[in-house]
Design a protein around this ligand. Structure first.
Ligand SMILES: Cc1ncc(COP(=O)(O)O)c(C=O)c1O
Length: 393
């Protein structure tokens, strides 16, 4: 069986040895120096000023939405656009925090929201924020999307949990909007077992994210920022300052263990994404050539494609069902990400009125006729040949 995920880490044995050594010597395992070091290094690699590390990509999504509410950039009841094909915890924070999620259909050939699809929805809904998912390493015309958002004063946030490293028109995905979220869960490009982050260039947002991450207090802020916030709220005594809670928060903190793993894995990130890119082209080119069976997927507009799973959109349900049978006990496959969010029970439960208005034809087709198999750096040539054989015969 060729599994979706083959290992927890890249260079697993070496990484585990380093981890054992680190844990046995570490004086502190709660959030500290290693996490700070990772935040600096990751922000630099991504090309952003700030990175706030949290315990998952889902937490990153929750944190950014809460931070924007705390800062008054969003208000309860606001309409927020999101990609109809995404992961549940991209949409759930919007519902949990009293916003109105508006699904935007994706293009069939890029699996992503385009400026055209966005404009269609903006004509109907006064969207205040767009929570755009960059799906499976791909994107559509995100530069145009960013331009529209700027013109219309819409906050653009990228859920980049699946596209770490993809470069479009010379810019890394995750750098097109006010902030972007990342997942470091096993199987994603970079693994810290569980983990996530929010990146931004906005210092005020970074500060709020640090408070949202930890109880709404100021402990993880720089001394200067602590002074400022304490002065503003008239908190003079150190006895109380450590237990003053300034705004709404959670506990989304990560640990030094995850920080250490992140620092270890980050050294390999370019090697990891290059291997995955090579694997993608090796498998996708012959498979996608079967245009009699599969819809074409467009990626020639992307400068560097950082992919971690290969999507296949079948021309009929019959073809998809046949593939499911053929792959049984041979290749682990699954639906495309979380599928069409509107078709999910949670969305139907909480959004019954809005539901009636949303018909995302491409998202539904991808939900019903799509599947993906894993693309990881440990795939062998033999395994890739086997995958190609099953999907091209
Ligand atoms: C687009 C997207 N957003 C968010 C997440 C959540 O990340 P995590 O599993 O780290 O919570 C995922 C997970 O796969 C995802 O694919």
């Amino acid at each position: 069986m060729i599994k979706l995920i083959k290992s927890t880490f890249y260079k697993e044995t070496e990484t585990k040895k380093k981890l054992i050594n680190f844990i046995s010597k570490a004086e502190q395992l709660s959030i500290g120096k290693e996490c700070n070091k990772f935040e600096g290094a990751f922000a630099k690699w991504q090309g952003r000023k700030y990175c706030v590390m949290v315990n998952s990509g889902s937490s990153a999504n929750l944190a950014i939405v809460q931070a924007l509410l705390n800062l008054g950039r969003l208000k309860k009841g606001d309409f927020v656009g999101f990609s109809a094909i995404t992961w549940s915890t991209n949409v759930m924070p919007l519902i949990q925090l009293g916003l109105n999620p508006v699904p935007i259909d994706v293009e069939l050939d890029t699996l992503n929201v385009s400026s055209k699809k966005l404009i269609e929805k903006l004509n109907k809904y006064p969207v205040k924020m767009l929570f755009l998912t960059n799906l499976l390493g791909f994107c559509d015309d995100i530069d145009e999307i960013a331009k529209i958002c700027k013109e219309k004063n819409i906050i653009l946030i990228e859920d980049n949990c699946e596209s770490l490293g993809t470069v479009y028109k010379g810019r890394k995905l995750g750098n097109f909007g006010l902030a972007s979220t990342f997942s470091f869960y096993v199987g994603h490009h970079l693994s810290t077992v569980e983990g996530g982050a929010v990146c931004t260039d906005n210092s005020e947002l970074e500060t709020m994210l640090q408070m949202v991450r930890a109880h709404g207090w100021d402990r993880n802020l720089t001394e200067q920022k602590q002074l400022r916030i304490r002065l503003k709220h008239n908190v003079n005594s150190t006895f109380y300052s450590r237990y003053t809670f300034y705004d709404l928060g959670y506990n989304l903190r990560t640990t030094e263990i995850n920080g250490f793993i992140g620092n270890t894995q980050l050294k390999y990130i370019d090697e990891i994404i290059n291997k995955r890119k090579y694997n993608f082209f090796k498998m996708a080119v012959p498979i996608y050539a079967r245009t009699d069976k599969y819809y074409p997927i467009k990626y020639d507009h992307i400068d560097f494609l950082s992919n971690f799973a290969v999507p296949i959109i079948c021309k009929s349900k019959v073809i998809r069902d046949e593939l499911v049978k053929k792959c049984k006990d041979k290749i682990e496959i699954r639906p495309i990400v979380g599928g069409d969010m509107v078709a999910q029970p949670f969305f139907q439960k909480y959004m019954p009125d809005l539901m009636k208005n949303f018909h995302n034809l491409n998202a539904r087709l991808i939900h019903e006729q799509g599947l993906y198999f894993g693309n990881n750096p440990e795939l062998t040539a033999k395994e890739m040949d086997e995958i190609i054989k099953i999907f091209t015969k």
